[in-house]
Design a protein around this ligand. Structure first.
Ligand SMILES: [Zn+2]
Length: 166
């Protein structure tokens, strides 16, 4: 003899049988579904809010970076021909080089930055934002990266600037 027992609703003080494959009775199934939907909507709203905040922080960081790059006085480089001793036009933008802003990729900001700022996976850990502005000026690029990273840190996003001479 096959005896099928319909389990009781998961709600602790409910003695009704479950509805179909649900863990709840008909009434509580509906309530559970509404709660779940509300939860999803709340999470989506929270994410949207977080992403708006990231966009504001990125704007602020960009502005701070520009200011810092503008205010930076590169070390003027005097290049002389080692053979003749001839001095070329001084390189007023200082030495050539590269700079980037590094931060973790596996955070909410990291994911957002990959999609919205073009952050790329770095060798080693984390991701980076490449500084493509200011020609080849190492000093200006580095100043931009430092100011940018500082704004991220001010907003509790662990970030650091990295630069190197060409
Ligand atoms: Zn119930």
């Amino acid at each position: 003899m096959i005896r099928t027992e319909i389990p009781e609703c998961k709600t602790s003080d409910c003695r009704d049988h479950v509805a179909g494959k649900s863990k709840y009775c008909k009434v509580h199934k509906k309530i559970a579904r509404e709660n779940w939907k509300r939860n999803v909507m709340e999470q989506e709203a929270e994410r949207a809010e977080r992403y708006e905040r990231f966009a504001r922080i990125a704007d602020e960081a960009y502005e701070a970076g520009l200011q810092a790059a503008k205010a930076c006085t590169p070390n003027v480089m005097i290049v002389t021909d080692p053979r003749t001793g001839h001095a070329y036009e001084p390189v007023t933008e200082g030495p050539c080089g590269f700079a980037e802003i590094r931060f973790a990729g596996n955070t909410s900001f990291g994911h957002w930055a990959k999609k919205n700022l073009g952050a790329r996976k770095a060798y080693g850990r984390g991701v980076y934002l490449w500084v493509s502005m200011f020609g080849q000026s190492h000093d200006r690029k580095a100043a931009y990266a430092r100011a940018y990273a500082q704004v991220l840190r001010n907003n509790d996003i662990d970030a650091w600037a990295s630069s190197r001479l060409d």
